[in-house]
Design a binder for this molecule. Sequence first.
Ligand SMILES: [Fe+2]
Length: 317
Amino acid sequence: MLGELDLELVAAVDTHCHADHVTGAWLMHQATGCRIGASRRYQPPIQGVDLPLDHGDRIAFGGRHLEVRATPGHTDGCMTLVLDDGSMAFTGDALLIRGAGRCDFQQGSAHTLYRSITREIFTLPDACLVFPGHDYSGRTVSSVAEEKTYNPRIGGAADERDFVEFMQNLNLPHPRQIDVALPANLRSGQPADGKVPRAADWGPVRQTYAGLLEIEPEWVAEHLRQVHVLDVRQPQEMQESPGSIADAQLIPLSELASRLSEIPRGKPVVVVCDAGIRSGQATVILRSAGLQRCANLRGGMLLWSQLGLPTQRSSFK
Ligand SMILES: [Fe+2]
């Protein structure tokens, strides 16, 4: 998505070391070279962090910045990141939408969390949007005014004693993924084997934000012998410009599902059409049929010929 939107990622910042989901920070660093930010308060420190943060620090991006506010209580190193104009706050698991992060493990303290939320988050402008670390009901955003009024744990007239007794009586089950997630998060999400997962083992295949597997035409042109090219256009399109790729197999998209057995299984399959749209759909059909080693030729024959890569007219296997 960063590539598609032509964005440069400055940093992946973890609001805290979480117990139930593994952070993507290390993978984002591997993919983009971005820095990894996290609180410097954790003991032992989180491995892989090259942007250690504490209360009052600023994370600069473009002409803007995020202000770091320490909001411990769910864990020792919880931070809330506040946009420079006070219009947005990223609260991690300190303040959730109509909730607050549990305090019953990982150095948690409900007393500390009460002070963090009331002093560092509820003092922000009422209109400040609150984006929590997660929400199990699919909600993504609230506001300071909403949570001050309607949060059932810390809103309304709740005082510290109300909040602490509420939090101490949640009786939550142990996080299901803690034995996996906590050690991984202490490595910024680096997999235990230290390897970067790849979309495919046979070539530089990329997964688009739409979820399709895609490969660059230049690579395919240089490795034609290593792949099987499947053209899913209609036969009459073969006669039109810009022609086709040498030795491509023709199966129109409308016939693909019923002719899967005709596709040789030895090599990875690169699927092509004129603009890369129908062939994208073809890769979905191939993968659901168990043919995992396949990818869509990015830009189709139009880009292929724009790049001056070799084509032929007609003659199909
Ligand atoms: Fe958490």
